[in-house]
Design a protein around this ligand. Sequence first.
Ligand code: GCU
Length: 626
Amino acid sequence: MKRIALFVTTLACAICVMAEDGSRLWLRYERVQKAEVTGPECIAKEELRNYYAGEKANLVIDTSMPEDAYNISGSTITAKNEIGLMYGAYALLRGESGYSAPYWKLRILNHWDNLDGSIERGYAGKSIFWDPEKNEIGKEKRDLIKEYARANASIGINGTVLNNVNASPKMLSAPYIQQVKEIAAILRPYGIKVYLSVNFASPMALGKLKTADPLDKNVVAWWKAKAKEIYQQIPDFGGFLVKANSEGQPGPGDYHRTHAQGANMLADAVKPYGGIIMWRSFVYGANHKGEDRVKQAVSEFVNDDGKFRDNVILQSKNGPLDFQPREPYAPIFDNMHKTPQMAELQITQEYLGQSRHLVYLAPMWEEFFGFVRPQRLIGIAGVANIGLDKNWCGHHFSQANWYAFGRLAWNPLLSSEQIAREWLEETFGDKRLKEDSRLSTINHQLLDMMMRSREACVDYMMPLGLHHIFKFDHHYGPEPDGFIASYPLEWCPVYYHKADSLGVGFNRSHTGTDATSQYNEPYRSLYDDLSTCPEQYLLWFHHVPWTYRMKDGSTLWESLQKHYDHGVNEVEDFLRIWQNAKPYIDEQRWKETDERLHHQLENAREWRKVCLNYFGSFVSSHTSKE
Ligand code: GCU
């Protein structure tokens, strides 16, 4: 049942006011403790006893139900087991009714957390799992991890990779396995399995072997023994995530072995225990000198299709490059016909303003599912945006991206707008407010702001298919002129936009790098032809004259300027919306968000200025006046 209540209700809070620092996320239920709940003692029962506003609720086990599914009829929840009842309880608290089952079995967060406590591309403080000062899981950490588990369970996430894909071999050493065991014990009651990223050269670093060649019998034996050791401690351990032969990481390629040979060796080691291997396709560089980077994953993996064990899943980013504000979908999803695939989305906003910009990512993921239908995937992974910050995600609105990832992992057919509506109501709702007729306008504006925020970001950063013109390494501000001769070309912005006096954009059509040929029809033809290529991907696929006439009659150069202006204007409007919402939002969260919106505006203006100055320098005065 769809809820129609307002996000910000006028109900007065009868009990004491809790600090609104964002730490409670979307789980800001009022502790009413009035429901009588029948059924087995479990998390569902505890949650409903504490927070269900009705008088009575019933929990019923029906073993014929599918795993994780639930049915809500009135205040009766039916499910196969306690985990299904738990999902049902959170749904009931959200106001849902009826039957629901998750679309995918694998709904996994990927933490890029390092053992020293830092987080790669993390913008919300240090790791909630790893602290080099304390090599044990103390009470405080246990409580925090329990809160994390509860938040994930409330949105259906059922797996978590605890460490960075650029993995330290130490992760697999006995003291760390002991900590993983303790974390797994906290997560287990919430239906969450743990997985680990592994370094392919671990047998050398930890086992002192001379090689990590996947066909070497000592290497095979080392991994088998390691898997056994892990499963003895954690019988329901999920498996391994692997980044191999990419960005300097070791892999089977170091021994002239294929990805399939590497992945299968690991797959055989975890198979007896029901484990899986998630093998990443984000591989570029070494073997493909000179090849367009966006083509490299397909070139690298296409010959391995059909050669992987059945417990290997290929995990690919949604776009072929690297989590840009907008990319066309990654053609690897069109090219692997016999290999199960997972999509990797990035919740942490590495290239979308990090924890400083308000950018709601669900519309971007919805766009992706419009091209890569969910039925082509067997699971979904999201690179987490969670850290030790009080509000978990740095920006209060970045919590919406964690929330939306979970909701879409449960049901990718939900609309991004419905999810935003739900999240706003849960996160900013039931405040102590007086009746006010402006409330529904404010609610509408907040929703509108979230829904427009991703397109705004595309516009003020890199519209019309521009990509990767970020400042080197930290990926926050603009650097369209970025070029360092000693770096690989595919790390330099000038490689991606190819601006010159004639025009701008990367020719990936059949007259260029022919990346369009990696797509299935109708996209192959659509993208290949300048006249049919959607304008949002124009400069991704074509080198286009500055004087090219766009669909609205303006020249490309004029259109570029309009997009940058539009992006900045949008953020100005977001600030106005936020100002209007001030009376309806608690002080701390309002202020912190307001400060960030000001940063966002400043940064959006910087993007516009730097990019238009730079690109404008290629446009002759004659052309720019046309
Ligand atoms: C990006 C990101 C890296 C990360 C890599 C990956 O390049 O900037 O920090 O390690 O993706 O996904 O492996």
